[in-house]
Design a protein around this ligand. Structure first.
Ligand code: SF4
Length: 361
């Protein structure tokens, strides 16, 4: 896939977990081929941006064993929301599901965006994940939600067969369509992480972008263990030590949930999208410095009304238009602006005036 800044290559890791060796192999290839680092996506993939020589990059990634081949490449996206490791129920179900789907005729006909979420750990990010089929673990067993179907208290075998059945029904259509299954995404209000989203072992990066040196360090820290790729653009590093966290913070990781940059959302903006007229990420970072409390509460800078990075409301959303921004308070990119066509200087002045007003009340 091509973007303004070059080709875009997305890598998938089975079970949403990557071994230390895989990350160590990926790091030099990111340094060599990607100008935009490696971005963690909400589907727990790793995206290389700004790839000038995609064919050479793909050949090198293949040689390193980082590109899925054969029937694995035909399977739909399956995101596992859980700590990494082999023996957890969500991971067993994931392995069994991938094994069964590999034998389903025509599995490659599912729509590109088709997504199965296997939720072993109910974080806010896992709940907010929009998917076609959701398998969630509870004390009563597995819950399956697919479109209007909601089943509870399932054994893992029944959950597995029901999930496969849903996919077979989908494939039985002439042109398979996505299943309209809502996440339990609230219809309003920002998506805040819960304590289980940010633990001692989880780590986020600004806009989810991991530099090549940070990838190499992650690979080194993980060693032979896998690290988890979580749907909130974080990684789960089992047994992460304080000194290792400090090392990764030096390499661009967020300092923690209180880091103002943790509350920022921004699409690639004009660095990588022809629809954008503003440098969304640079502007978001500048505003986080100007008003850290606002950034912590949730600031979204969108390149245009489409809202690729998020559509849900934030305390403040800036929507790029003709080199300036429309400002939406307590809304998403499609909300009603309280200020239109503002330059960054005008945005800062508006924020300062708002803070002064709040201080006098
Ligand atoms: S929100 Fe608009 S500017 Fe940003 S990536 Fe999407 S289409 Fe491009």
């Amino acid at each position: 896939m091509w973007a303004e800044d070059g080709a875009l290559i997305r890598l998938r890791f089975a079970g949403s977990q990557a071994s230390g060796d895989a990350l160590a192999a990926l790091a030099p290839l990111v340094a060599r081929y990607s100008t935009g680092g490696a971005m963690l996506t909400r589907r727990a993939k790793v995206e290389l941006r700004g790839v000038a020589r995609p064919e050479a990059a793909l050949a090198a990634l293949r040689e390193a064993g980082l590109v899925e081949t054969g029937v694995a490449a035909d399977l739909p996206d399956i995101v596992v929301c859980d700590a990494p490791g082999q023996d957890r129920p969500a991971r067993r179900l994931d392995r069994a599901l991938r094994g069964q789907l590999a034998r389903v005729p025509g599995i490659e006909r599912l729509p590109d965006k088709f997504l199965v979420a296997i939720v072993g750990d109910q974080t806010a990010a896992a709940r907010a994940l929009r998917c076609d089929i959701r398998l969630a673990r509870s004390e009563q067993g597995w819950q399956l939600t697919a479109g209007d179907t909601h089943l509870e208290g399932l054994s893992s075998d029944v959950a597995l067969s029901q999930a496969v059945r849903q996919i077979q029904c989908c494939l039985a259509q002439g042109t398979p369509q996505r299943i309209a299954t809502a996440g339990s995404r609230p219809s309003h209000g920002p998506q805040h992480d819960t304590p289980t989203d940010s633990t001692r072992e989880t780590l986020g990066f600004v806009f989810g972008v991991v530099s090549a040196p940070a990838l190499a360090a992650l690979g080194d820290i993980a060693g032979t263990s896998p690290i988890g790729l979580l749907p909130n653009r974080r990684v789960f590093v089992p047994g992460l030590k304080a000194a290792e966290r400090t090392q990764l913070i030096r390499l661009g990781a967020l300092r923690g949930p209180d880091d103002p940059r943790a509350g920022l959302t921004a699409c690639i903006g004009r660095r990588g999208c022809g629809q954008a007229s503003t440098d969304t990420r640079a502007d978001a970072l500048a505003l986080a410095e100007h008003d850290p409390d606002l950034a912590r509460a949730g600031l979204h800078v969108s390149g245009c009304i489409k809202g690729c990075a998020a559509r849900s409301p934030r305390p403040l959303t800036l929507v790029g238009r003709q080199g300036g921004y429309d400002l939406v308070e307590q809304g998403g990119p499609a909300g009603q602006p309280v200020l239109s066509g503002a330059s960054m200087r005008e945005v800062r002045a508006w924020l300062s005036a708002r803070t002064r007003r709040a201080g006098t009340h």
